[in-house]
Structure formats: C-alpha cells, structure tokens
Ligand binder design. Structure first.
Ligand code: ADP
Ligand code: ASP
Ligand code: MG
Length: 440
C-alpha cells in the first residue's frame, strides 16, 4: 500500500486511476500536459485508467444551451447533451497519447460498463462491469473513460450530477482493484476552507472519510459527496492533488489510517478540521400546515418522490391547539422549481395557505471529529457570527458538524470570521485539549 505522504512511488503492475477535472483539461496545452503525466505512469510500468471531465466550463455552456431552448429541459435529453462534454475530452486526450507513442482507447461511460439507475441528471451507479477496461489494460493500453456518465438499466445515457466524474473515478478504482484513486484538480488538495474565499486556508494532509463526507455534504465541492460515500463503502483511498505541480495532496482514508498518520507524525487531531460553505441554497416556507400527524410526512414524501434532497427543516409549534403551523426547509437552489412543482398536489390536499420562496440563501458549516467531545463549539460559532452582524436563520447539527443558514451575500464574511476564530490559518490550530476561554 502506498504511504499517505503522497510520493509518486507506484509499483509496476499496480493499477492506478487518475482523474483530471475540467480546469486541468481546459485547452489543448493542458490536455497535452495531462497526457504527459498519464504516459509517465504507464512508462513506470503501471496499468493506467484515466477519467476525464468536460473541458473548462463546457458543462455550464451545455446547460445554458438547453435553458435557451427550454425552461424545464427533458431530463433524458439533458443527459444526452451533457454526456458529450467528457467524451470530447477523452477523444482528444487519446489522440495526444497516441502522438506520444502509446496505445490508448477512449470509452464512454456506457462502453466502460458503468450501469446506473434511471434518475436522469443525478443517477446513481449500481454496478461497474469492468471487463472491457480490464481487457484493454491487459493489452497494455491506457484506458480513458468519460466521467460523469453511465447507462441506465433502461439502456439510456445518464449523468451522475455535478462533479460526478469524481464518482466515476472512485467507482472504477473499486472495480479494477486500484491501489488508490488520484483526483487531479486546480488546487493542491483539500483545504480547511475554500481557498477562493479564505486565502489563508491551509491544505489538509490526511482526512477521514467521515469528516470529508460532512465537508462535501456542506459544500466543499472539491470532491463530489457521492465519490466520498462510494470510497468509504468500498475502501478506496483517494489522493486529491494538484494537476499543475507535483506535490503531495490530501489523502482521504479511514479513521484508523488518519490516527496512524497522526501518531507517526506526532500531530494531534485538530478540534475543527474545516469551515465549509455553500452559496446555492434556497428556502421554502409553507404557511398554514395542519398541526396533525402525517402532514410533515406527506410534504417530505412528495419531495423525496421528485428526488429532491431537503437539507434543514424547521417547524414551529402553533401556540393554540388545532391552529396551523409554519414549516421552512432548504433545498439546493437548482431544485427550487422542481420542489415547487412536487409540492403542488400536497399543498392543495393539506390546505396550505402560502408557499414562500427565498432563492438567495447560503450556508456556513464547521466540521471536525474533535467537537464530538468538546462542548462550547456551537456557542462559539453563534457568538462569532453574531459579533460580525450575521443573522443566523436556521441551524442544524450532527455529532461532527454545525451548519448555519445565513443570507447568501454574507457567506464569505462568515467563512473568514469562523476560520480565524477557530485558529485554522497558519500554525495556530486549536487542539482539543486547549480550553475555549470564555466559551468553555
Ligand atoms: P475539478 O474541475 O477539478 O473537478 P472543482 O471545481 O470541482 O474542480 O473542485 C475544485 C475547487 O473546489 C477549487 O478550485 C476550490 O475553489 C473548490 N473548493 C471548495 N472547497 C474547497 C476546499 N475545502 N478545499 C479545496 N478546494 C475547495
Ligand atoms: N463536467 C461535470 C460538471 O461540470 C462533471 C465533472 O466535472 O465532474 O459537473
Ligand atoms: Mg469537480
């Protein structure tokens, strides 16, 4: 097994999966640069599977093309459209590799044997039938697989949701028994805040699946949430690293491996691992919800049937018996229209008097396994945000995460102030054994 210090030492005949994101294959020069890195692995004797994203902002462009034609594009046709971006990248990279004197073959998700459910635009991988990939590897070829896509059990092309090439890569790593899954991106690894918002953010060397799951779920788009779920379930070790420089990145591994790493390097686990954020939240408020058993179940079932993930939910208790309640919840902004559609019938059935929407919401979260055993963290988060004049509109917690919904335009300030308050920049990380002073 490769050490988690990120050195390039792969053993010959190991299989490696390398995934390059959109920025890393944005133009001809970058595709050639990625090809050079891919070929170097092959020349070191490794069996190489590559997963590529669409070039640059191609997926955004394709979505914009669809929206120009239709306000609610048909999901099946949307997948036909979106899956083209990654195919272009793979064909071009295969040409570059051929020119470097190596054998390469590009495959669509379907040709690579990625079988999904039928949920267009957010399909889940059910199975990977990797025989064609393994055959090509046995023939000494480099295999390039178009990320973010598969074929459904109904034989239609599907896509895996934004950022889905990460999940393609992890699923292939599991299927071909790769030693690790290398995710090459435009930052040197996973940082303790988005470096675009907090320039003092530090790279994390090693992080557990559990913490990374909470980070991805709360907005750290550097790894798609499902890729981390898949990696945890199948024990795939992820190495997230820079596609522009050859430095060690971040290893996402089991808690046991994180603990062993900390022990070996005599570092303690920090109290707070990262501050994450999302600026793509929307809030729906239902007024006049009947205060009777089953109402919340009907509302959330309608959303679940439309495959919409509800994040935070608040329901107030009416002051008088028999009165009606208000219920607020957040959904990803891209699902706002879909959620309104999905609620139509149940709103009528329950006699809900008003459906209010606020599309410009954001969320800031702190994540850290250290907080499990340390009271006072929530108090510190709320106090710090309050002192910054940031009004918290909803709160949700898990044993290792505290999330606050705040107005979208206050998200950067909220990230920066929490990052500083928990000592996450420079060498001043707060260790669990350190007291919180006034917050303890
Ligand atoms: P790719 O196209 O390579 O898949 P993404 O844009 O999906 O790249 O992910 C990389 C981006 O994720 C970074 O440019 C960064 O702005 C953002 N990001 C958000 N949170 C984090 C974080 N905690 N650590 C690193 N990057 C982050
Ligand atoms: N191209 C897709 C997206 O932009 C998938 C990916 O890059 O992972 O979301
Ligand atoms: Mg990505």
């Amino acid at each position: 097994m490769r050490p988690v210090d990120g050195t390039e030492t792969g053993t010959p005949n190991d299989t490696v999966v390398m995934k390059f994101g959109g920025t890393s294959v944005a133009d001809a020069e970058r595709i050639k640069r990625a090809a050079t890195r891919i070929v170097a692995k092959r020349e070191a004797g490794q069996r190489v599977v590559v997963v590529l994203s669409a070039r640059g902002k191609e997926t955004d462009r394709l979505i914009a093309d669809a929206m120009e034609i239709s306000e609610r594009p048909d999901p099946r046709e949307m997948d036909m459209l979106l899956s083209t971006g990654e195919r272009v990248s793979c064909a071009l990279a295969a040409m570059a590799i051929h020119d470097m004197g190596h054998e390469a073959i590009s495959l669509t998700g379907s040709q690579a044997g990625i079988v999904t459910d039928t949920s267009h635009t957010r399909a889940r991988i059910l199975d990977v039938r990797a025989d064609r990939i393994l055959e090509a590897l046995d023939q000494g070829r480099i295999v390039l697989v178009a990320g973010f896509q598969g074929v459904s059990t109904a034989k239609d092309v599907t896509t895996l949701g934004r950022g889905g090439s990460d999940t393609t890569a992890v699923a292939l790593a599991a299927a071909v028994g790769a030693d690790s899954c290398e995710i090459y991106t435009d930052v040197p690894g996973v940082f303790n805040a988005d470096p675009r918002i907090e320039p003092r953010a530090r790279k994390i060397d090693v992080v557990s699946y559990e913490e990374m799951l909470e980070m991805s779920a709360s907005g750290a788009g550097v790894l798609q949430l499902r890729s981390v779920e898949y990696a945890r379930t199948h024990g795939v070790r992820i190495h997230c690293r820079s596609s522009f420089e050859d430095t060690p990145g971040t290893w996402v591994v089991s808690e046991a491996e994180v603990a062993a790493h900390h022990k070996e390097h005599t570092v303690e686990h920090p109290l707070i691992t990262a501050v994450t954020h999302s600026t793509v939240e929307a809030r729906i408020t239902l007024q006049g919800v009947p205060d009777s058993p089953g109402a919340a179940g009907k509302i959330t079932s309608a959303l679940a049937a439309a495959e919409i993930n509800v994040d935070m939910i608040i329901q107030n208790e009416p002051s008088e018996a028999g009165a009606r309640a208000d219920m607020s919840f957040t959904v990803p902004r891209e699902d706002l229209l879909g959620a309104q559609d999905a609620l139509g019938l149940v709103v009528a059935e329950l006699g809900i008097t008003n459906v209010g929407t606020e599309p410009e919401m954001g969320k800031v979260s702190i994540v850290g396994a250290g907080m499990k055993t340390h009271p006072g963290v929530a108090a510190k988060v709320f106090t710090v945000l309050g002192e910054e004049g940031i009004n918290i509109q909803m709160i949700a917690t898990s044993p290792i995460k505290i999330s606050c919904v705040v107005p979208g335009d206050q998200v950067p300030a909220a990230v920066q102030v929490l990052h500083a308050a928990f000592g996450l920049s420079g060498d001043d990380t707060i260790r669990p054994e350190q007291p919180f002073g006034e917050f303890a």
